[in-house]
Design a protein around this ligand. Structure first.
Ligand SMILES: C[S@@+](CC[C@H](N)C(=O)[O-])C[C@H]1O[C@@H](n2cnc3c(N)ncnc32)[C@H](O)[C@@H]1O
Length: 266
């Protein structure tokens, strides 16, 4: 990847052109009947009343977190995504940069982000901002794509797609917690969980093939290469029936240090 590549401009253009594309894939990406959105929601306490869904996109995660008496504030930089989110549910939706949240210090119970932490950079600035708005004892739960725990046989279809694209999908930020370790230093946040889950997206039609390929960040790949990947997938389904593309995800949970309480005086 060229040094100095303008990821922010690429991501902005990508989501303006195809709002809702991440949800179109993740809402059909399954492991034992649940989506990555459901998995991430499970990391949040049912007692959390004010939650920020950071980089909410078209709002799938916010809807997953909805509970009576709870407010989920969806925040995203792309107006096109927020327009779609507001057509799908009430919100509140806020157009803002994840690095400058329009929220008071220590004002929210949890921050959640499906695939946002791999996009909003630099990671240290993101964690600092999340640490600022979280109340002590609050959590930041986020998902990121990864490679492990894919089994070699899971890789066959993915490698076929990557071979036609002639490049790997990329993200602006790190997808492994090692990439986040240094970024947590000095933010008041501490890692408490790093879990993995393996998901599958089923491709049975041309539309399925188009949606999965169009949801990938491929800043150096031509339209011709994308079309070749779609064509290869369609060809495989014609020969073998529906094919599964494996997607491994990690779920990270970081905690804002609770305020130290003094023990009872003896
Ligand atoms: C991969 S999508 C994830 C969308 C959604 N969370 C989901 O999983 O369906 C990344 C989202 O990050 C948003 N985004 C990128 N940079 C941002 C920033 N600095 N602040 C807030 N949102 C940002 C994009 O507009 C996009 O909606």
């Amino acid at each position: 990847m060229r040094k100095g590549f303008d990821w922010a401009a690429y991501v902005r253009g990508f989501h303006d052109a195809a709002p809702g594309v991440t949800e179109a894939v993740l809402s059909r990406t399954l492991a034992g009947g649940h989506t990555p959105y459901r998995w991430l929601a499970r990391a949040v306490s049912p007692r959390a009343q004010l939650i920020v869904d950071l980089a909410c996109g078209s709002g799938a995660m916010s809807r997953e977190l909805a509970l009576p008496g709870r407010t989920v504030l969806g925040v995203d930089l792309a107006e096109s995504e927020l327009r779609l989110a507001s057509e799908r549910s009430e919100g509140p939706w806020v157009c803002a940069d994840g690095l400058a949240l329009p929220l008071a210090d220590a004002s929210v119970d949890a921050v959640v982000s499906s695939m946002g932490a791999v996009v909003i950079q630099p990671a240290h600035a993101l964690f600092t901002e999340v640490g600022r708005v979280l109340r002590p004892g609050g959590v930041f739960a986020f998902t990121a794509p990864t490679v492990l725990p894919l089994h070699p046989r899971d890789l066959v279809t993915s490698l076929g797609v990557v071979g036609r694209l002639r490049s790997l999908p990329r993200f602006p930020g790190p997808t492994e917690i090692t990439g986040y370790k240094d970024a947590l230093i000095g933010t008041g946040l501490r890692k408490v969980e790093d879990a993995r889950e393996r998901y599958h997206f089923e491709v049975a039609t041309l539309q399925d093939a188009e949606v999965i390929v169009s949801a990938l960040y491929l800043p150096t790949t031509s339209a011709r290469r994308r079309a070749a990947a779609v064509e290869w997938l369609v060809d495989r389904t014609a020969k073998e029936g529906p094919v599964r593309i494996s997607l491994a995800m990690r779920r990270f949970l970081v905690l804002k240090q609770p305020v130290a309480t003094r023990g009872p005086e003896l």
